[in-house]
Write a protein that binds this ligand. Structure first.
Ligand code: SF4
Length: 456
């Protein structure tokens, strides 16, 4: 299921065939649509539409073009509409210095009012910003305390502006222009936006994506935008669908989401196995306890699965390039299950990777590497620091001083038995990347730097 977070289906363009548009949206897996008001009239129509169709939700607001015309009565109507249960956002509001249809002072004053209304009702705000980034960011910054949340829709700014929006806690969505052949710059900007802050939108009836450019847009045309985003992020179409749907749920509280941890989950064309949430480390950058979501998958297990349950969750593994023991916890905490499942996968000819903190020997009270021989093709061991002291500071291992030497020994042992060995660090401040790289070189294994906050 996917969510079009910005459409104007109340516009006259859909007067004669709205039902067909919605039917095509359903066929294209668009499960929810947020219909965004641009005036009092269109906000009222949005609420009416939302109450007519289960899968439509409403956003109410007055476009900056009309800021100079907003009356006290208009505002009272918005304050009444906001109480409707299908209203999930305020907007679109913001600043438009491209068309300049209202004086800047009026646009700014009304933008402030929308932000205050959104915060007072604990709703996200849908922001329109065109050629007005500096003023827009300045106003948003004034409102950043408290419950400011929202999305900058149809983003057309720079990487720097995107970064500031992200720092303010906002989401970003790209409409049809991301698909245009001359939009390389915009695609570069999109690449800089964390996938956890990305939303889908069409801005129907405007800005149809390629190959429908110039025609009336509609929610089903998300199917032309998603593959472009998948390409930008190096993910699959399903990944983009799942992640953006989860993001929309987080921001607007609509649509489907997972409630409990998955045992097996796909990212790109790899299948990941989540055996446990236990770990002998408590790394400062780990979000295992607080936010067990990776690329839209919920990984917080209610209980640890048996080997049979893992095999059932895997099903037919033939379609995957690789199976990875990873999850949100240390897989060697469950060595017996890991080995049973790996044996099955090997019997099916699968390539297997183990992501580990390298504490397997300490956890199991014996050297375990020989037990992994012939089962694991690639092992990725988290080095995380260039000294034992720093490792203890960052990873807070339960094995304390024993942890780092044991981890180094585990890398050496892996080198003797496992075909591909690599060590990784996370690029957090204070870690000496060059020294870590040198350790990897001396141990004769590959080295990788993982981005902080980028999982999966
Ligand atoms: S080793 Fe991995 S799972 Fe364990 S605390 Fe560190 S980041 Fe989290």
């Amino acid at each position: 299921m996917i969510i079009d977070t910005h459409a104007h289906l109340d516009f006259p363009e859909y007067k004669s065939d709205l039902e067909s548009v919605l039917s095509r949206a359903k066929d294209a897996d668009v499960g929810c649509i947020i219909n965004v008001g641009t005036s009092i009239n269109s906000s009222e129509k949005s609420v009416t539409l939302a109450n007519r169709f289960n899968n439509i939700y409403a956003s109410i607001g007055i476009h900056p073009h009309d800021a100079s015309k907003v009356s006290v009565e208009n505002w009272q109507i918005l304050e009444r509409l906001v109480k409707d249960q299908k209203v999930v956002a305020i907007g679109e509001t913001g600043l438009d210095y491209y068309r300049n249809r209202s004086p800047h002072e009026d646009q700014q004053r009304i933008f402030h009012k929308h932000l205050a209304l959104a915060k007072a009702n604990n709703l996200p705000v849908i922001i329109h910003s065109r050629d007005a980034s500096d003023d827009c960011l300045r106003i948003l910054d004034k409102h950043k305390n408290g419950t400011l949340k929202g999305v900058v829709h149809c983003f057309s700014g720079t990487k720097e502006t995107a970064k500031k929006c992200i720092e303010l806690g906002l989401y970003i969505s790209f409409a049809g222009p991301i698909t245009f052949s001359n939009a390389d710059k915009l695609r570069e900007v999109a690449k800089s936006v964390p996938i956890e802050r990305l939303l889908l939108e069409t801005d129907s009836p405007f800005l149809s994506p390629q190959p429908k450019r110039g025609e009336r847009n509609e929610p089903s045309y998300l199917s032309f935008i998603i593959p472009v985003l998948a390409d930008i992020y190096g993910l699959s179409v399903n990944d983009i669908k799942r992640i953006t749907t989860f993001n929309a749920y987080k921001l607007f509280g609509i649509g489907e989401h997972e409630h409990e941890g998955k045992i097996a989950y796909a990212i790109r064309n790899s299948l990941y196995i989540n055996l446990t949430n236990r770990c002998s480390n408590a790394c400062s950058f780990c979000m295992r306890e607080t936010y067990p979501i990776v690329k839209g998958h919920h990984l917080g297990l209610k209980r640890e699965p048996t080997a049979d349950e893992v095999l059932k969750a895997i099903g037919d593994p033939s379609g995957y390039d690789e199976v990875v023991f990873c999850g949100y916890g240390e897989p060697t905490e469950r060595l017996d299950v890991l080995i049973t499942v790996a044996r099955y996968l090997k019997s099916k000819g699968k390539r297997i990777r183990l992501d580990t903190n390298g504490h397997g020997d300490l956890i199991n009270g014996r050297s375990i590497i020989s037990e992994l021989k012939g089962l694991i093709d690639t092992i990725c061991i988290s080095l995380n620091a260039e000294t034992a002291e720093k490792y203890e500071e960052i990873c807070k291992p339960v094995f304390e001083k024993k942890a780092y030497p044991a981890l180094i020994q585990f890398i050496k042992d892996s080198k003797q038995v496992i075909p591909n060995v690599l060590v990784s660090i996370v690029d957090i401040p204070g870690v000496d990347v060059e020294k870590c790289k040198k350790i990897a070189e001396e141990l004769g294994v590959d080295f990788r730097v993982r981005k902080y906050n980028v999982l999966g």
